[in-house]
Design a protein around this ligand. Structure first.
Ligand code: CA
Ligand code: CA
Length: 165
């Protein structure tokens, strides 16, 4: 599922024979390995669902949170447990939330800005993501000094410290 999207989840009995009495199914979300979705990344998973008498499934809807956070595609598990007679039946399924923030190339632009500095002044160089976009993991920005490039009228002798490449 993509961020901002809703998906219907069906909790169903194997086979398609209908139930004579309602069946309460407990839903839990066991921890998963990284990259794991946090609880803020999606909503709509109820603690229980009841498959009504005369039916063999029940549905609910999960919404993946739309955000402006650059992150990995993240997983979460839903485990369904029900007591069917004397048997405890368990089934686990994995859902993946696709990070649409990072799929949009406009959100992956790094802008370098540096104020004009007079000789003897120290100026700070800032690398930034587009307005409102944040990242869940650190982004390593590699700098190329481009010494000698056309248009570069200063050279390494004009600065005391160079930003690390
Ligand atoms: Ca996340
Ligand atoms: Ca995102």
């Amino acid at each position: 599922m993509k961020e901002g999207e809703k998906v219907k989840v069906k909790v169903k009995m194997t086979g398609n024979s209908t139930l004579s009495t309602p069946l309460v199914v407990t839903l839990s979300q066991p921890a998963v390995a990284e990259p794991a979705a946090e609880s803020t990344d999606y909503s709509g998973v109820p603690a229980t669902v009841t498959i009504p008498a005369g039916a063999w499934f029940q549905e609910f809807e999960i919404t993946a949170t739309g955000d402006r956070i650059l992150e990995e595609s993240e997983n979460f598990d839903i485990e369904a447990t029900a007591n069917i007679g004397v048997t405890v039946s368990t089934h686990k399924t994995t859902l993946t939330i696709l990070d649409t923030t990072g799929l949009n190339p406009d959100n992956r632009v790094i802008t370098l800005s540096v104020p004009a500095g007079k000789e003897t002044e120290t100026v700070g160089l800032k690398a930034s993501l587009p307005d409102g976009v944040t990242t869940e993991k650190a982004i390593l920005v590699t700098l190329d000094h481009m010494l000698g490039a056309a248009g570069n009228t200063a050279d390494a002798n004009d600065v005391v410290t160079m930003p690390p490449a």
